[in-house]
Design a protein around this ligand. Structure first.
Ligand code: GLC
Length: 513
């Protein structure tokens, strides 16, 4: 059963989902206690951001042991119990594996620093000057000096040394990690920074028109072929790549039949709220995936990007890490209206839909976190912090921490929650037919498009309108003026109230034809 092809997959960010022990940081106990929310929402799978032992230099994406759980989150036994409990209610579990780098506290790197043969597992270079002028993925330099003339490579922070994927032990180690988690019931693996693993060993500078020295080197595909063989030894396991890649053809190379099952499509996420651009992004995605027989994926938000309620409420509705729009004016009402319409759009397109925790509550980016509370290492390097999208979820009650912590008198949540979120809790939204939460619940309940082809209905480009099979249509009005609805039998769902019989701007409907 190829469940990943049209699943609804919910991203849990463990630090911020729910806190079972009251220390202000989310944990596995909290997730287990709140599984009912995910059952009621109707999702098919959970993707768990890293929960491994980590010094947390990059919020857990600096892993020091891939076979255990960080004590802040709980124990391996609790993680196993969570997997079993999720399976009991029909929810699959995808775990996050970070193959590009480890923590500088990982035993391999400590041994490497001590001069052991583990040095060959990393990129150590002797050189008087920095070996290259490569700019890191968070900005800043990519080499740190360990003694007079020896440097090591890190595409992210110095606490995240890059592994040397030319080394057979590195490959063997990750194959063993995959088996470790598949043996414990993991249904899928999300592969972090999936296109960065290999580096040009000659260490050339980045030059326009020349092959990039560390993005998307061909050798990486051989690794994913071997991972696919492992996944195929088990039943129904999926490999899902985090592949940021503007070149569609290079992107779909990762989805060849003997490689990954799926990859995150960030094209629509970066796209402006604009009918022409959105339609061409959707068409580009559908065509390129159809070409290779892989399922498209739809992502509006995740733990790295500005929440889309905020993005869609700005004058510039695009997203890119190179264009920092923090603090520009936001119309949250407009952003929310568009986010509701975007939910109906992405939940009815062919393929799998990813929901980042809190988007089902209509949460916006918290842009009011005081600078001295920022934890994200990206902030020092790029002047943009990802903390604003990582704020603990509001569950109930009128004041922080809004039920985030399950005990009396808990510690403050690790990042502050906006006062306005008292209207965004799961509790207040439950049963309110106009709430974001009930919109997501209804849409996920109604969503059943397996095998139903998409056909564009309208040539008129300011309307995104398509059918799935013969009985269903989604219509999103991105023009300035209200438009009549196509002929239909039933109005299934509307993202905002209709204007008489007309579909207002920035509104989407699902119709039974
Ligand atoms: C991925 C993660 C991001 C992390 C980075 C380094 O892009 O999504 O959160 O900082 O990889 O591991």
């Amino acid at each position: 059963m190829q469940w990943w092809r049209d699943a609804v997959i919910y991203q849990v960010y463990p630090r911020s989902f729910a806190d079972g022990n009251g220390d202000g940081v989310g944990d596995v106990a909290g997730i287990r206690a709140r599984l009912g929310h995910l059952r009621d929402l109707g999702v098919d799978a959970i993707w768990m951001s890293p929960w491994y032992p980590s010094p947390m230099a990059d919020a857990g994406y600096d892993v020091s042991d891939f076979r255990d759980i960080d004590p802040a989150f709980g124990t391996l036994a609790e993680a196993e119990a969570l997997i079993a409990e999720a399976h009991e209610i029909g929810i699959r579990i995808i775990i996050d594996v970070v193959p590009n780098h480890v923590s500088s506290e990982h035993p391999w790197f400590r041994a490497a620093l001590a001069g052991g043969p583990e040095r060959d597992y990393f990129w150590f270079r002797k050189s008087q000057n920095m070996p290259t002028n490569w700019v890191g993925e968070f900005g800043g330099t990519t080499w740190t000096k360990v003694d007079d003339d020896t440097w090591y490579l890190h595409l992210f922070t110095p606490e995240q040394p890059d592994l040397n994927w030319e080394h057979p032990d590195v490959r063997a180690e990750f194959e063993s990690i995959l088996r470790f988690w598949f043996d414990r019931g993991a249904d899928g693996i999300r592969i972090d920074s999936a296109a960065l693993l290999f580096k040009d060993t000659a260490l050339p500078e980045v030059t326009d028109g020349e092959p990039h020295p560390f993005h998307d080197l061909d050798a990486v595909h051989d690794v994913y072929r071997s991972w696919r063989r492992i996944a195929d030894e088990y039943a129904d396991r999926a490999l899902i790549g985090e592949v940021w890649m503007p070149d569609v053809e290079r992107f779909t190379n990762y989805l060849r039949p003997d490689e990954l099952h799926a990859a995150f499509n960030f094209d629509l996420l970066g796209c402006a709220w604009d009918p022409y651009k959105m339609r061409s992004s959707i068409e580009r995605t559908l065509e390129s995936h159809a070409h290779i027989g892989a399922p498209p994926t739809w992502v509006l938000s995740n733990h790295d990007v500005t929440r889309h309620v905020t993005r869609y409420g700005r004058a510039d509705t695009t997203f890119s890490f190179d264009n920092n729009l923090d603090g520009t004016p936001v119309d949250l009402e407009l952003g929310t209206r568009r986010a509701r319409a975007a939910a109906l759009l992405t939940l009815s397109l062919p393929g799998a839909a990813y929901i980042y925790q809190g988007e089902e509550l209509g949460l916006w980016e918290n842009e009011t976190i005081p600078e001295d509370q920022f934890q994200d290492p990206m902030y020092a390097r790029r002047g943009h912090s990802r903390d604003g999208c990582r704020v603990p979820l509001p569950w109930s009650g009128d004041e922080p921490p809004y039920g985030f912590s399950a005990v009396e008198n808990p510690a403050d949540p690790w990042l502050p929650q906006p006062a306005e979120w008292k209207d965004r809790t799961v509790q207040t939204q439950t049963g309110d037919p106009n709430s974001m939460l009930e919109l997501y619940r209804s849409a996920i309940r109604l969503r059943d498009f397996t095998g139903q082809e998409l056909t564009w209905l309208e040539e008129e480009a300011e309307l995104l309108a398509f059918t799935r099979g013969t009985g269903f249509a989604c219509v999103l009005n991105l023009s300035e003026t209200p438009v009549p609805l196509p002929e239909h039998r039933t109005l299934l769902l509307a993202s905002s109230p209709l204007d008489g019989a007309l579909l207002p701007r920035d509104t989407a409907v699902w119709l039974r034809l």
